[in-house]
Design a protein. Sequence first.
Length: 198
Amino acid sequence: MKRIIHLFILLFFCSAVVKAQDFNNAETNKMALSLAGANIASIGISAEELSSAVVSSTFEDKVTGITYVYLQQSYKSIPIYNQMLVLSFKNGQLASKAGMFDPSVAKLANVNSAIPAVTAESAVQAAIIDRGLHATQMAIALNRKDNGRFVEFSNMGVSRENITAQLSWVPNEKTKVYELAWQVYIIPKTSSDYWMIR
């Protein structure tokens, strides 16, 4: 009986900690954007780029007092593949910066409307066929988030976890154009790989 009571107490505290972390994420993201805004000239991005950026993650090193902020560039509320700023702040001042944002995304985007020509369902089916997998289920959305820009599907019989598709701007190395694409995430049952197919 004592073990059951201890288990319930442990579960209660774990759930309280998880809720506190969820609450702190919004606060932490707000603080991260505030730090970046106060140092925008040193970072070298425009106010418009900062306002559309997404805080990918942030954390504070309690030993050094350094706060690390990872900012993902986005355009029309869609993330831009591989455009990330890694910033560190000490005492509210920018201490270091790595990465960059591309200021020419608006000119180089292939779709002005930011509406994909291909559905998430079609993209998932194409990704599965491209990888030589044989789905046992149809691509039917279980969950849509972010105005339909992030879609979750079942594992379709080919993945160890649910398959997801997220809209992303992907640079084409040959044409230098940013193409609107679905990034499909599959963890195939047949290997230990993790696939990001665009």
